[in-house]
Design a binder for this molecule. Structure first.
Ligand SMILES: O=C(CO)[C@H](O)[C@H](O)COP(=O)(O)O
Length: 259
């Protein structure tokens, strides 16, 4: 029963359930990372099982790969899949142009590679992720451990000449050790508060030696599905400007999960 879920989880489930409607038989699909993406993987597994769909997936993290495989979903590498029809992933923030901040879960490097190797990227989010201006959520930078402090100094120097409201770069920790990504790199979380020019910031950050990838997704996302705790969903498509509203029967949908 979805009644046992928190309002936040009901909203995540609603957006996830609506987003898997865009999956078609035979697709090669990118699977995002995070709590909303985890709901999407459960919904996808239910559709594959109930409708006998032939779906090949590429995961954006070991976490997601393990979850998908445990639910019987076929997972291959991106090189094996070659190219993807669709990627469905969460986000930490999105703006009116569907530019995103991602990487709260530390997976934005693989997420960006997978999303840009897809014909289409659909973001799944609850209304709290929508912002007028990106930057309240700290922007993650994946950075090589080698020369980390030098890279951090260069990042903070570069930020002084950019249109941002803060420039603190905080090393993400896992207990008393630096957090390590799937690639063994570290993450600097940039507390910028407001990002005036996300495109410029993204380009400047990726020029700094040691920075592997930043969490800004500019012109990558094609549509966002916003889910609400009462089962309402709204899908906005950036290319067509269309808005599609659907009501999900959360209890009925939850009963199909069976996992
Ligand atoms: O970018 C991500 C992981 O790197 C996630 O998609 C993002 O952090 C949103 O996660 P959640 O759905 O748990 O709020």
């Amino acid at each position: 029963m979805t009644l046992d879920l928190s309002p936040a989880d009901r909203a995540k489930f609603a957006t996830a359930r609506r987003a898997v409607d865009f999956v078609e038989d035979g697709m090669r699909l990118g699977l995002g990372t995070g709590s909303t993406a985890a709901w999407m993987v459960r919904c996808l597994a239910a559709r594959i099982r109930d409708e006998g769909l032939n779906i090949t997936t590429v995961a954006t993290s070991t976490r997601t790969a393990e979850q998908a495989r445990s639910l019987g979903i076929k997972v291959v590498t991106l090189d094996e899949a070659k190219w993807l029809d669709l990627t469905i992933d969460g986000a930490d923030e999105f703006d009116a142009d569907l530019n995103l901040i991602k990487g709260g879960g530390g997976a934005h490097l693989q997420e960006k590679i997978v999303a840009t190797a897809s014909d289409r990227m659909v973001v799944i989010a609850d209304p709290s992720k929508e912002v007028e201006t990106l930057g309240a959520f700290p922007l993650p930078l994946e950075v090589l451990a080698f020369g980390l402090n030098a890279s951090r100094t260069l990042v903070e120097q570069a930020l002084t000449s950019l249109d941002v409201a803060g420039r603190e770069a905080v090393l993400r920790m896992n207990g008393d050790q630096p957090y390590r990504t799937d690639e063994g790199n570290c993450i600097l979380d940039l507390h910028l508060r407001r990002i005036g020019d996300p495109r410029q910031l993204s380009m400047v950050m990726n020029q700094i030696p040691g920075v592997v990838e930043n969490g800004l997704f500019i012109d990558i996302c094609d549509a966002v599905v916003i889910g609400h705790a009462d089962g309402r969903t709204e899908t906005r498509d950036i290319a067509t400007g269309s808005i599609d509203e659907r009501q999900i029967d959360l209890d009925a949908a939850f009963a199909t999960l069976g996992n």
